[in-house]
Write a protein that binds this ligand. Structure first.
Ligand code: ZN
Length: 635
């Protein structure tokens, strides 16, 4: 039996390793590294194949097959197993740990120490794919590797650190930790030091408006690194905020802000000057809000950066929105809309006239939904035009008009111009004012299909936003054919998902919405993969309001939002809240996150359509006091 053979081999090797009193430690005992390596390499161990069989990862046939491939091609056994998909990086790491009798590092949870990170340095870590973790009391630097027999790595690491200890880690975890630990922001530190040195000599530099155009100037380097790391970390926005004693840089990732670095306070003014020059703003103006845009190449990709500068008591706060032009466009089927919502939704958007509104707060993914919808309606037979502020993605065969309220071209003006050019489908980035709402309504009533977004709390509220703006109810009723309300929720991290006991209030909340509660409750407890937040990635929830004959009558008769919502639910609409709690039931997200981004106490009695719960920078684990459940009865 292969299994027994594996066990015997393992037992034998264990005795031998113990007997020799050696562990995977180098540079400690005075002998040369070459001698130490020779002993290490010649130790008798079971083969990796036998361990993988022993651990029930591979069959004996697979090991034989891998051996054959190895003999034919010369490829390494471990690479063959990985390439064939027979074992994961984690399984290979567990097998290596057993084979070499080296502890397995807990890279999912262990935080690498700064001292170890600095002792090894970025260049060595990246070149040898190793991750330094900690330094012990004997001054040994412990390093995780997936290649315990890489003698070049061991030699160079021992040269660099004097004494090292090896641990085993999964290759993908090591690579991820290298990315996290040696961010480009770490390398910004030397430029910050250089800046402080120069600045101490030239005290006046802060007040001066002369700018370093030198690409090697510390400020230029720091700004470049802030941008580069933002793009690499998938940030949608970068906030640069001057405080009394420092300048804080935060990234918005998956909808939540996380601090990236703190800079010396005196860097604030030169950084904002540098960014203002890039965005062609007035650098002398330090109090009035300014908006601009610039483009940079990061990792060979063009990135558009929308820049907003606002004066605060401690200096200028800058928000940079990153628009990656090469990001792939999401199709309608990838948005996460349930099939029974997609079908009626497509019926609405493929109609020759009418209007579809997409509603939600800033950052709820409205643009993504509008773009996905546009791909469905864009064909050669239609004249499709868009009016956007700014154009975020360029479509083939679509006429896209950028507008800029700052330079005086408004949505209303753009729309009027476009309507003279015989459009079939118009994507209007956002309806912000009465004038735009009026022209869009006229367009939808006169043989055009209008696709737009509106800042409103939910689908029904969008209808009332229109009537509140002074558009006659009968026009609203005839023009708008449907409204899709949406929010983005955070997905529970799969790497650190753990069972927990919910509060009785949480159980009541979900039961009030969907009439049932899960048997087992899980949430992310926080790990390296999710930066300790317990969430990784996002998922959309949608509610589709179809303007049926009955709802049309209600709009004309000035029914309240509550009445219209009840009719829609009776006609089969599932609300965003119900959809969100369904995702909690399925374990996709948590009650905390639903409360954070979808749930509004007494939302259903809110008739004025005012946005009540803008998703904000609430820490992931904070749970708001549970509001009185005043929610709809499930349909
Ligand atoms: Zn996690």
């Amino acid at each position: 039996m292969p299994r027994e053979r594996g066990t015997q081999l393992l037992r034998r090797s264990k005795t031998r390793v113990r007997g020799e009193g050696r562990s995977a430690s180098f540079g400690s005992d005075g002998s040369s590294i070459a001698d130490e390596l020779a002993v290490w390499e010649q130790m008798s161990r079971p083969t990796l194949g036998s361990v993988l069989i022993f651990q029930d990862v591979l069959t004996e046939e697979q090991v034989d097959e891998a051996q054959r491939i190895h003999e034919d091609t010369g490829a390494r056994f471990v690479d063959i197993v990985r390439m064939e998909g027979w074992a994961t990086d984690n399984q290979i790491a567990a097998a290596l740990a057993l084979q070499f009798e080296i502890p397995l590092a807990d890279l999912r949870n262990q935080q690498p120490e700064h001292e170890a990170i600095d002792r090894v340095g970025e260049e060595l870590a990246r070149r040898h794919h190793v991750m330094p973790l900690f330094v012990d009391e004997d001054d040994r630097v412990f390093i995780a590797t997936a290649e315990p027999l890489d003698s070049d790595a061991i030699t160079e690491l021992t040269d660099q650190c004097r004494r090292i200890g090896l641990l085993i880690g999964a290759q993908n975890d090591i690579d991820r930790l290298i990315e996290q630990s040696y961010t480009v922001l770490r390398s910004a530190v030397e430029h910050i030091k250089a800046f402080e040195l120069v600045d101490a000599e030239e005290e006046a530099a802060e007040e001066s408006d002369t700018l370093a155009v030198d690409e090697n100037a510390p400020i230029v380097q720091v700004v470049n690194r802030i941008l580069m790391q933002g793009v690499r970390a998938r940030a949608s926005d970068i906030h640069i905020e001057p405080h009394e004693h420092f300048v804080r840089v935060r990234y918005r990732i998956d909808g939540a802000l996380t601090e990236a670095i703190q800079l010396p306070r005196r860097m604030g003014a030169p950084i904002s000057s540098r960014i203002k020059v890039m965005a062609e703003l007035n650098i002398v103006e330090r109090r009035r809000p300014q908006d601009g845009q610039f483009s940079v190449m990061i990792d060979k990709r063009p990135v558009d950066v929308r820049t907003s500068v606002v004066g605060t008591v401690h200096g200028e706060k800058i928000v940079l929105r990153l628009l990656d032009k090469t990001r792939s466009l999401i199709g309608l089927n990838e948005l996460g809309m349930p099939p029974d919502v997609v079908e009626p939704y497509l019926e609405i958007v493929k109609a020759p006239l009418g209007m579809l509104l997409c509603t939600g707060p800033t950052g709820s993914g409205k643009t993504t939904t509008l773009y996905a919808t546009l791909t469905q309606v864009n064909d050669d037979a239609r004249n499709v035009v868009t009016i956007e502020d700014p154009v975020e993605y360029q479509f083939e065969g679509v006429n896209q008009m950028p507008i800029s309220e700052a330079s005086g071209i408004t949505f209303a003006e753009g729309l009027r111009g476009i309507l003279r050019q015989d459009p079939d489908t118009i994507l209007l980035g956002e309806i912000r004012d009465v004038e735009t709402a009026r022209i869009a309504t006229q367009a939808a009533l006169t043989g055009h299909f209008v696709l737009s977004s509106l800042h409103a709390v939910d689908a029904v509220s969008a209808l009332h936003r229109f009537t509140d703006m002074g558009i006659e109810p009968f026009l609203v009723a005839s023009a708008i054919s449907g409204v899709i309300g949406q929010r983005l929720l955070r997905r529970t991290c799969e790497q650190c998902r753990a069972v927990y006991t919910p509060t009785s209030a949480d159980v009541d909340l979900i039961k009030a919405s969907i009439g049932k509660a899960p048997d087992t409750w899980t949430r992310g407890v926080g790990c390296n993969e999710c930066s300790g937040t317990g969430y990784n990635g996002r998922v959309g929830v949608y509610e589709l309001l179809r303007v049926t004959d009955e709802i049309r009558d209600e709009i004309v008769n000035k029914a309240t939002a509550r009445e219209i919502r009840e009719t829609a639910i009776a006609q089969g609409m599932r609300t965003m809240q119900q959809e969100a709690f369904r995702l909690v039931y399925e374990g996709v997200t948590t009650v905390d996150d639903v409360v954070r981004s979808v749930y509004a106490p007494g939302m259903d009695s809110n008739d004025d359509g005012v946005l009540m719960n803008e998703p904000d920078d609430i820490p992931a684990r904070s749970l708001k006091p549970v509001p009185e459940p005043e929610m709809e009865v499930p349909a």
